[in-house]
Design a protein around this ligand. Structure first.
Ligand code: G3P
Length: 249
């Protein structure tokens, strides 16, 4: 860990019921969390209100996606205004499941980020290569292209956290090694330095996601350019998520 305050997000994805989420909230409320860490959870939209009303204010809330502009006649979408109304401070954009399962494209994701930022939400901007792209030696190119789409669209990086999530590591139990993650984080920082500014490069937190758990987070957190985590499966277990938060070094 190096740049700024350590940041740990729990992406609950499309999981949970009122009962399982009540239990998770109660576990999170009773967990001891290191003070010097930003902690955020992203529940499914339909449970955000439940989470907001019972989760400790120590933990901030994020949407898992948001509409590209002001709300209105967009069936099935959730607007930035609505996320703010429910108390969200963040939104995850460009997650690989939205890119590769739902089919969202770079430019659309960039526009979403710009709109969310303009309305005052922080953006967890996800990037990452697929296995075949890694095997073809295209990891950096893919990450740079996805970063560029964000950079072309946003006026400022003040409220952005970059999440590097190699697609082959998501939900597979195949975590990137600390060296593999560090190598890409350094490249991302280098790209920001060259294409945005030295200040943005040194201040922007770059977090890692992909099969992070209570057993591997401490090793990853030792790397200089890993400034936190975006956690999927292991964030559904309160005590394990707390262990990951507390792996800050
Ligand atoms: O956004 C978090 C993520 O995609 C990683 O998921 O289950 O591999 O921790 P998981």
């Amino acid at each position: 860990a190096g740049s700024g305050k350590f940041f740990v997000g729990g992406n609950w994805k499309c999981n949970g019921t009122k009962d399982s989420i009540a239990k998770l909230i109660s576990d999170l409320n009773s967990a001891t969390l290191e003070a010097d860490v930003d902690v955020v959870v992203a529940p499914p939209f339909v449970y955000i209100d439940q989470v907001k009303s019972s989760l400790t204010d120590r933990i901030e809330i994020s949407g898992q996606n948001s509409w590209v502009g002001k709300g209105g006649a967009f069936t099935g979408e959730i607007s930035v205004e609505q996320l703010k109304d429910l108390g969200c401070k963040w939104v995850i954009l460009g997650h690989s499941e939205r890119r590769h399962v739902i089919g969202e494209k770079d430019e659309f994701i960039g526009k979403k980020a710009a709109y969310a930022l303009s309305e005052g939400l922080g953006v967890i901007a996800c990037i990452g290569e697929k296995l075949e792209e890694r095997e073809a030696g295209k990891t950096f190119d893919v990450c740079y292209e996805q970063l560029k789409a964000f950079a072309d669209a946003v006026p400022s990086w003040d409220n952005i956290v970059v999440a590097y999530e190699p697609v082959w590591a998501i939900g597979t139990g195949k975590v990137a090694s600390p060296q593999q993650a560090q190598e890409v984080h350094v490249a991302v920082r280098g790209w920001l330095k060259k294409n945005v500014s030295e200040e943005v490069a040194s201040k922007t937190r770059i977090i890692y996601g992909g099969s992070v758990n209570g057993g591997n987070s401490a090793e990853l957190a030792k790397e200089e350019d890993i400034d936190g985590f975006l956690v999927g499966g292991a964030s559904l277990k309160g005590p394990e998520f707390a262990t990951i938060v507390n792996s800050v070094t």
